[in-house]
Design a protein around this ligand. Structure first.
Ligand code: TRP
Length: 329
């Protein structure tokens, strides 16, 4: 039997290049090796978007299209919808009994997010417990996450051990974080992280015109005022993205040398980057448009994936319920 892999995303916006590099490409690779479940975490997205449920609902299908367009194969990966997996809420409740408020207060991931998002409702505060419940209900062996989420994995394992100790048995299984080895992608503004809330993303569904607009706005080199001036590579956002996405490494290295010597216009670099990104994103965009025509298919993928997920988590929950409730009916 294959080991189980669980990942997920909050459907609060479409996926972007940062997701592609940081997780999606990895998922496509891993889906052959693992029995994969991909959770569209709409319940979690509502914790900080509760005033706008339409946004969350609309983005479920957007994210699903992104997944399928990048090559996630529903035959290998069950794509499932969190709000239709109500047993996850039940396990969240049981795990909340074991979670202290201080433990959450000191969770580094949560601490940062609470400050950034300026919200303090109870559901957001306790979302790490809900995420632990997701992971433990699926009996996941691995969870690929970015480094910033590793405190949540630690909490998950702590809760699993504590649960097994208190209720005497091997009810819940600890999990391994599968840290992605791809560096976090910078934003188009050169800041540390590409993120929708920072408004510095290139979305997988962006048209060539949108890509061009975003690339043309990128910083190059403030000292490179005339074409013949020598250009600098360090801190040059266009060069940063070329280094990552340009597959013609020899051509790129020649171009960079010329740029440093002087005589290459910034717009030349930018147009090259537009071409490189368009080559990467065109097939994804085309697949996405094709999927858009087939709502029936999209819904069937989600329905089937959610059924498979429900089967998986019921194995865990049916055992756990015996601890807490009489089996009357
Ligand atoms: N917190 C994750 C994100 O924002 C989404 C998520 C919810 C998740 N439940 C999960 C990820 C379980 C991995 C495993 O992207």
């Amino acid at each position: 039997m294959k080991n189980i892999l669980l990942t997920g995303d909050r459907p609060s916006g479409c996926l972007h290049l940062g997701h592609l590099l940081g997780s999606l490409e990895n998922r496509v690779k891993l889906q052959d090796e693992f029995e994969s479940f991909i959770l569209i975490a709409d319940i979690q997205a509502l914790t900080d978007n509760f005033k706008n449920p339409e946004l969350v609902k609309n983005n479920v299908l957007e994210i699903l299209k992104d997944y399928l367009a990048v090559g996630i194969d529903p035959q290998k990966s069950s794509i499932c919808l969190q709000s239709k997996l109500t047993s996850l809420l039940e396990l969240t409740q049981y795990l909340s009994n074991l979670t202290s408020i201080d433990q959450l207060k000191h969770n580094p991931t949560l601490k940062t997010e609470l400050v950034q998002k300026k919200i303090n409702n109870l559901s957001f505060f306790s979302y790490p417990v809900s995420q632990a419940a997701d992971i433990l209900a699926f009996q996941a062996d691995v969870v690929p996450v970015g480094g910033d989420q590793s405190p949540i994995i630690e909490l998950t394992n702590k809760l699993a051990k504590q649960f097994n100790q208190v209720y005497k048995g091997d009810h819940l299984k600890t999990v391994k974080a599968h840290l992605s080895d791809c560096p976090r992608l910078k934003g188009t503004d050169g800041s540390q992280k590409m993120s929708k809330s920072l408004n510095n993303t290139i979305f997988l569904k962006d048209s060539i015109d949108e890509i061009r607009k975003k690339v043309y706005k990128m910083y190059t080199d403030p000292l490179h005022l005339r074409v013949e001036d020598p250009g600098h590579l360090e801190g040059n956002v266009v060069v940063y993205f070329l280094d990552i996405f340009d597959t013609d490494k020899v051509g790129l290295s020649e171009l960079k040398n010329k740029y440093v010597e002087g005589g290459v216009a910034d717009i030349f670099l930018k147009n090259r980057l537009v071409d490189v990104l368009e080559a990467k994103l065109r097939p994804i965009r085309e697949k996405r448009l094709q999927l858009e025509q087939d709502q029936q298919y999209l819904l069937s993928v989600l329905t089937e994936g959610t059924k498979a997920a429900n089967n998986q988590i019921e194995k865990t929950l049916s055992e756990i319920r015996k601890i807490f409730s009489l089996e009357l009916f």
